[in-house]
Ligand binder design. Structure first.
Ligand SMILES: [Zn+2]
Ligand SMILES: [Zn+2]
Length: 330
């Protein structure tokens, strides 16, 4: 393999790791990929270290090839500046390069995911997360895109519990950042949706995400329906066709999972079926709205909390008026 020989040619054994006395400052060098003690050093930048050639190669192919030189100023100790202004300028420069590094590694990870190279996307996604932590702190909302990349890679690799871990961190971060942008929330919900559609047999551990996604969609659609005026097809103002299809696919996947899981509370089924009914009603398909509306009504009557029964009945009536060839009773 050409990449193997190419990448092996610029890695050298790290003498300080083998003999700790050779590193008088005592800073332990850790592997770029696994954070274990490193024994190898990239000879091109001399600021990146690895535990073995396997991790060096994986990192080279995954991201390091593209950022090796960029890391030199970031990871080299700040030169001595006597003037405060010089120190500030140097810090600003480093920050700018770190932001650049976050962007590059994020783009590389995204491209590899797009190509279906899940394993290969991990080094770039991990670097993007670590770098964002350095710049913004360990619980900043800026970490969410990196969490989503890591989650997506793990879904692709079939490591669902890992994916869940990253998504729960993303979820937690978004929840405690009320000012978090709509785009980031949308990305998170898209990703959660993908997790559901990608997962045929959903484990119970993942179900609580479905609850959150379902209630988000439910309240969003309820708001849309409240502002809906008869005679206007309002959905196209808030969704394009692709988004509508995506929402439909995701909600249906959830409904399917819930229906096949006997322990799942029917309150959740009601919420999802009601969301689907609203989605199709607003999308101008009263027939489908009736189909899901009836499902929602059925499960709402099975739970002690009937708060949704009335809105569902109201929707069924509206849908029946739109689709005169069908009746509620059928
Ligand atoms: Zn390693
Ligand atoms: Zn390097």
């Amino acid at each position: 393999m050409s990449s193997t020989t190419r990448s092996k040619s610029h890695v050298s054994v790290l003498t300080s790791a083998i003999n700790p006395l050779a590193n008088p400052r005592g800073a332990k060098k850790l592997c770029e990929l696994c954070q274990n003690l490193a024994y190898l050093q990239c000879t091109k930048c001399r600021v990146t270290f690895y535990c073995d050639t396997e991790h060096q190669q994986a990192d080279w192919v995954g991201i390091h090839e593209k950022i090796c030189q960029l890391l030199i100023p970031i990871r080299t100790a700040m030169p001595f500046h006597s003037l405060q202004a010089d120190r500030d300028h140097h810090r600003a420069q480093i920050l700018h390069r770190q932001e650049e590094l976050i962007e590059i590694s994020r783009a590389v990870a995204q491209k590899k995911l797009f190509e279906g190279k899940y394993q290969e996307s991990l080094p770039a996604a991990q670097l993007s997360l670590r770098c964002a932590m350095d710049v913004y702190g360990p619980s900043a909302v800026q970490l969410v895109p990196a969490y989503l990349l890591l989650a997506e890679a793990n879904v692709g690799l079939g490591s669902l519990s890992q994916a869940e871990g990253y998504l729960s961190q993303a979820e937690w971060t978004v929840m405690k950042t009320p000012e978090c942008s709509h785009t980031v929330r949308h990305q998170l919900h898209r990703n959660l949706g993908r997790l559901y559609t990608a997962t045929e047999n959903l484990e119970g551990a993942l179900l609580h995400f479905a609850n959150d996604v379902a209630s988000t969609w439910h309240s969003h659609l309820t708001k849309l329906l409240e502002t809906h005026t008869p005679g206007s097809m309002t959905l196209e103002h808030s969704f394009d066709e692709a988004q509508q299809a995506e929402a439909d696919q995701m909600l249906r996947a959830m409904l399917k999972v819930q229906e096949s899981s006997p322990k799942q509370a029917t309150a959740q089924n009601t919420l999802v079926a009601h969301s689907l009914a609203m989605l199709w009603f607003l999308g101008g398909s009263p027939d489908k709205a009736l189909e899901f509306g009836r499902k929602a009504l059925q499960s709402s009557q099975l739970v002690p909390d009937h708060s949704l029964t009335e809105p569902i009945q109201g929707l069924l009536q509206l849908a029946a008026e739109r689709g005169p060839h069908l009746t509620i009773a059928s």
